[in-house]
Structure formats: C-alpha cells, structure tokens
Design a protein around this ligand. Structure first.
Ligand SMILES: Cc1ncc(C[n+]2csc(CCOP(=O)(O)OP(=O)(O)O)c2C)c(N)n1
Ligand SMILES: [Mg+2]
Length: 327
C-alpha cells in the first residue's frame, strides 16, 4: 500500500482531533448510561476510531454517509454537531430528529450524515441509491456505506455491490472488519480470509488495509474517493480493526479470547497516534492536552444542553413519521 497518497502533518493532526473526539464522546456516553441519566441503545466503536477519522477528511459536507448502529464514530468524524447528537441520544425535542430517532437513526443532512440503521447490511443499498442520485445529478458527490464484517454475508451486500458496479456508481463500500459479528468470530462464519477478495466477483476494485493505521486508511480512502468522484466507479475497502467493548453495553465479551483482546488494547490506535504526533514533532503534549480539554468542554456543554431540553410532546409523535402526516 506504499503507493497510496500520504496524509500531511496537518492532516494527521486533524485525524487525531477527530479520533480523540470520538473516543472522549464514547467514554462520556458510557458514563452517562452507567449513571442512569441516559437511556439508549448504544454500540460502542471504541478501538475503531482511526477508520472514519482518516476517511472523512477526504469527504465534503455534501458527500453522503450511511452507517450502522455502531456508527456514532462515523457521524462524529463526518462533522455531525455534538449538541444535536446528544439531544437526539437523550430523546429531547432539540435533537437532530426531534428525539424520535436515537442512535439507530442519527440523521443530519447538512453534514451529509444521512442515516444510521439497525438493519444489518442496509447502509449499502441506501448509499447505493444516494450514489445513483449523485450520478444522475452529475454533481461529483460520492456516497460512503459503512458496515461490519458480518454484513458481508447478507444479501444486501451482493445486490448493492453488483448494482453499483453495473451502473458505475460513485459509492465507497467500507467494511469495518472488527472480526466479530455479535458474538461470532469471522473465522466461524466465512471461508474467505479477506472480504475484499469478493470485489472481483462484482468487477470492482477491492483492497484490505490496516484500518488502525492512519497512513494506510487515509491513502486508500483518498484513492477510492477520487476514483468515485472522477467517474471511475465503486470500490470495496476492508479496514481491519477491533472493537474493545462488547457487542453492546453489558456484553462482557467472553467469546473473545483474553489474549486477543489484550493484544488489541495494547495496540490502541488513538494513544498510539498521539505518541506519534509528539515523537515526530508534529505537536507537543501540552498542545494536545489543550486540544483535548477543549473537546471535553464542548462535549460537556452538549450533554448539559441536552438534559436541559424538553422531551417532544405527544403531538410530535407521528409527525415526520408517515408521509401524509408531514407538517
Ligand atoms: C438483518 C439483520 N439481521 C440480524 C440482526 C441482528 N444483529 C445486529 S448486529 C449483528 C452483527 C453484525 O455484525 P457486523 O456486521 O460484523 O457489525 P459490528 O456489529 O461488528 O460492527 C446482528 C446479527 C440485525 N440487526 N439485522
Ligand atoms: Mg463485526
């Protein structure tokens, strides 16, 4: 992968800013849930931060993102406003979907954050449709579909990749391969070791990269996004990673061998990038401390504002849900 474009020092710093925001936001969500103040389904992507943080600097606000329940990290990296996200998680009327969507339906079109969905595999056909619309409008937009390794074994994967290839659509299919689907290891559910090899079956480009390495992830994403923007068609990127928490909060993850988890945590990509920035003189520790303190203040303000807001009233319940009820 040495021929991919490399991020500049400034871009590496930007990747770190996005990654540490995701990590700190994730930790605050879990803290609020454990305190009982926040009641929501939540699927932590702790450990996967570098993937969207390295991809999104290559995307514009009017490029589309479709992701899954484990997609809060993708949305944060795309620029989803934290105050709207927190109000949404807390079910408040000031949320991006007036508190009616929650983690499963995070949506903020101004930043191209089109949807999170709880249906495994469904980010792919939605992104394919958006990619088709982008192509018809001829605006050089691209659509990114994020999904997990388990979703590579679902019908929507086949239908979406085939359709996107046949119509040469500007879609990037980004598999965040954390090696487990719920409680089942990829080793027990697939005979192929690299899902990217399946791209050949659809006549499209496919690569596997280390998703925890910002150089590789940024470079592969830039290459694929440029191809899509230039009308050269879709790409399947398989980004290898690991999730540090269970499938959802409360899952102790006993099905993951202790040594596998320990090795993944020892290679935690977020502090590793921080250390790299310091060692290479891109930033000093004090400057990063200041950056992190500022992010914590922003998150805290978003949390407090969310709790201070009202819940939607009953009249709001069906509005924007059924087409004939749209006000
Ligand atoms: C169509 C469908 N089938 C089954 C489920 C239940 N389910 C939720 S998450 C999940 C595992 C998906 O794993 P993967 O695609 O690897 O994503 P990850 O959770 O690891 O990010 C399953 C089977 C679902 N939500 N939707
Ligand atoms: Mg998985």
């Amino acid at each position: 992968m040495s021929n991919y474009p490399k991020p500049t020092n400034e871009q590496l710093l930007d990747i770190y800013r996005r990654a540490i925001t995701i990590k700190l936001n994730d930790e605050r969500i879990i803290k609020e849930m454990m305190s009982g103040r926040l009641v929501t389904p939540y699927y932590s992507a702790r450990g996967q931060e570098i993937i969207p943080s390295s991809v999104m600097p290559n995307m514009n606000d009017d490029d589309y993102l479709c992701t899954i329940y484990r997609g809060t990290h993708d949305m944060v990296a795309k620029g989803f406003p934290l105050d709207l996200m927190w109000a949404e998680l807390a079910g408040r009327v000031t949320g991006s979907c007036k508190g009616k969507g929650g983690t499963m339906h995070l949506t903020h079109p101004p930043t191209g954050s089109m949807v999170t969905t709880g249906i495994v595999g469904s980010s792919m056909p939605i992104a394919t449709g958006l990619g088709w619309a982008a192509k018809l409008k001829n605006k050089r937009q691209v659509a990114l579909a994020c999904f997990g390794d388990g979703a590579c074994n679902i019908g929507a994967f086949h239908e979406s990749l085939n359709f996107a290839a046949v119509f040469n659509l500007p879609v990037i299919f980004l598999c965040q391969n954390n090696r487990y689907a719920e409680h089942t290891s990829m080793k027990k559910s697939s005979r192929v070791e690299q899902y990217s090899k399946r791209a050949a079956g659809y006549g499209m480009e496919g690569v596997t990269v280390n998703g925890n390495d910002p150089d590789e992830m940024y470079g592969a994403a830039k290459w694929a996004i440029n191809r899509a923007r230039n009308g050269e068609g879709p790409t399947l990127i398989e980004a290898m990673t690991f999730r540090f928490n269970g499938h959802l909060l409360g899952d102790p993850g006993h099905y993951i061998p202790a040594e596998e988890m320990a090795a993944a945590k020892a290679a935690d990509p977020v502090p590793a990038l921080r250390q790299r920035l310091i060692d290479s003189g891109i930033a000093d520790g004090a400057a990063l401390d200041t950056m992190e303190a500022g992010i914590l203040v922003t998150i805290d303000a978003a949390v407090q504002a969310a709790y201070a807001a009202d819940y939607p009233d009953v009249a709001e319940l069906k509005r924007d849900v059924f087409a004939h009820e749209i006000a």
